[in-house]
Design a protein around this ligand. Structure first.
Ligand code: NA7
Length: 539
């Protein structure tokens, strides 16, 4: 990209959001380009190539809804589709709509600097290139900055080691190898279950267990896919009405109106159902009523005990510090059964912490573990990490990372005061982190596109969210958050990753909006319908 190159809109990131965002802009004839740091498109589904990586959302609720033709053409092969298929899908979409020619790869945006006099963003790319843009739309994903632990001697390990996000493209030999994995979030749970019967030894280093329940995946036949296609309008309408953007409908009979036996019979049904039914289709009380949540957690704990042969191991796999559903729930396929295998070993780091890494493996306070491969499933600098990494300087050179050092503050999750002409799709304090991602991002992209249309039609050159509007939105985010039991959890939903500086336990960063997608979309709809009164505009 030449130094002088200028675009009306630069979109940062060619993942699920960026692909749809560029489609909308190109359709409107807006001069726009996507800059993508990786060598190809796909974002999350380009990067996370680890064994077992797949949707926890029903595939047909995850796909884009904007094109009837696309919906008619694409056959999802599994109810919860795997990473290779998901990446094929995103490529199919980009090729079908000829979007690649609006994308530039290997183009990592390192700096974004606002020039008030010109009313332009100056973008600095890795390698020294630069360009300018009137508007920048970030579609950088919520989990795109992996976080590695800081252990003594971590660089001394002589074997292979990588974060799941960086799982190599080339096949990684597993047969006959001694593999160690750190982390038991949604990623760790998927990897462990997938590779347990392939590797020679699998040692799981678990700091805190997570609640987890069955995914109940199955293939989708031609006939079923035809039925799904017939139902697409209904499917997307259902998702739009649900807080999480899924088809599952909460049970509103009232937790305490039923007998314990009735509740258990209901949970027995939910446990066999696919996907997040056990979360989204459950009694809403489990999310805010401690006693209800305790009972639900006890039910799932019993399920774990029934699946794990060694009672001592089972107890270690049951979370004690948080209730079911208050952190991101990993969904699993034979995860707990993996611990019944002789070659799988659970190391409870709460009893025997890691002391250091060595040339040959990992040493805990109890013993040394010889390993050939170490997998870090240690999570991400979630939601705000990608913004911090870009070094975004707004009005008077203020760094966004400084403004957000104690947590983000935004107007509707799409703008932030002091950073004019910067629009965020799936940004902090939107619903994207807390819902079926594409359902929320389609709404976000449509809103951002509508705003840009409004701006270009009227010749505005500067947009800025009002400071009071931002404060009001933050209050709404906090108010909803504080009503839920998740307020006391320690996970990426609440902005916690022990490996990221500034993320101390107990310090909540209000990263996502938990008021549900319908309520959030209503805020967006109203702001647009009223003519964007909380966004200052000038020519
Ligand atoms: P998560 O859900 O953030 O999980 C990270 C896991 O790694 C979690 O079990 C952590 O334990 C563990 N961890 C992190 N750092 C360490 C250290 N230093 N030592 C031991 N264990 C550690 O990330 P995932 O990738 O699993 O999932 C992210 C999202 O991807 C998921 O929610 C889906 O939306 C897709 P801790 O709980 O902090 O004790």
């Amino acid at each position: 990209m030449a130094e002088a190159e200028h675009r009306d809109v630069v979109v940062v990131g060619a993942g699920v959001s960026g692909i749809y965002q560029i489609k909308r802009l190109v359709d409107l004839g807006i001069d726009a380009i996507v800059l993508e740091a990786d060598e190809d498109l796909g974002g999350t589904w380009y990067r996370n190539r680890y064994p077992g990586a797949r949707f926890d959302s029903e595939s047909y609720t995850y796909g884009y809804s904007f094109s009837k033709e696309l919906l008619d053409e694409w056959h999802w092969k599994e109810r919860f589709s795997s990473q290779p298929e998901n990446l094929r899908y995103l490529n199919y979409v980009a090729d079908k709509f000829d979007l690649r020619r609006h994308m530039r790869f290997d183009a990592r945006v390192e700096t974004l600097t606002w020039n008030e006099r010109e009313r332009l963003w100056h973008l600095g790319l890795q390698g020294g290139e630069a360009c300018t843009a009137r508007f920048v739309v970030t579609s950088v994903g919520v989990l795109s900055v992996p976080a590695l632990p800081r252990y003594e001697g971590i660089d001394d390990f002589a074997g292979e080691a990588f974060h799941t996000y960086w799982w190599p493209k080339e096949p990684v030999p597993l047969v006959g190898r001694r593999v160690g994995i750190i982390g038991t979030g949604a990623t760790g749970v998927q990897v462990i279950a997938e590779i347990a019967d392939e590797v020679r030894e699998l040692t799981v280093f678990q700091r805190r267990p997570n609640w987890s329940s069955p995914l109940n995946n199955s293939p989708i036949s031609e006939a079923e896919m035809a039925e799904i296609r017939e139902r697409y309008d209904e499917i997307f309408a259902n998702c739009a009405m649900s807080t999480g953007g899924f088809e599952h409908v909460p049970d509103r009979r009232g937790f305490w109106n039923l007998t314990r036996e009735e509740r258990i019979a209901f949970w027995d049904e939910l446990y066999e159902k696919p996907g997040f039914a056990i979360l989204q289709g459950n009694f809403p009380e489990i999310f805010y009523d401690e006693a209800a949540n305790r009972e639900m957690s006890a039910y799932i704990a019993d399920r774990i005990r029934r699946r794990v042969a060694d009672p001592e191991v089972a107890e270690k796999l049951i979370p004690r510090d948080h209730g079911f559903g208050v952190q991101r729930l990993p969904l699993e396929t034979h995860y707990f059964e993996a611990y019944n295998r002789d070659n799988v070993h659970l190391v409870d780091l709460s009893e025997t912490p890691i002391e250091r890494f060595t040339r040959r493996g990992i040493e805990t306070t109890a013993r040394h573990h010889d390993l050939d491969l170490i997998v870090f499933a240690t999570g991400f600098d979630a939601i705000t990490g990608a913004f911090d990494r870009m070094r975004i300087r707004g009005v008077e050179g203020r760094l966004l990372g400084d403004k957000w050092c104690d947590g983000p503050s935004t107007y509707l999750g799409v703008m932030t005061h002091g950073f004019p002409n910067l629009l965020m799709v799936a940004g902090p304090q939107s619903v994207s982190g807390s819902t079926n991602f594409p359902r929320a991002i389609e709404g976000g992209v449509n809103w951002v596109t509508g705003l840009l249309e409004h701006v270009f039609d009227r010749g505005y050159t500067r947009l800025e969210a009002q400071a009071e509007a931002e404060q009001e939105w933050v209050q709404e985010v906090v108010r909803v958050h504080e009503r839920l039991l998740l307020r006391r959890s320690r996970g990426w939903f609440t902005g916690y990753n022990a490996n990221v500086a500034g993320h101390e336990a107990g310090k909540v960063r209000y990263q996502a909006y938990f008021g549900g997608a319908p309520r959030y979309m209503e805020f967006l709809r109203k702001a647009a319908a009223d003519g964007y009164p909380r966004i200052d505009r000038s020519r």
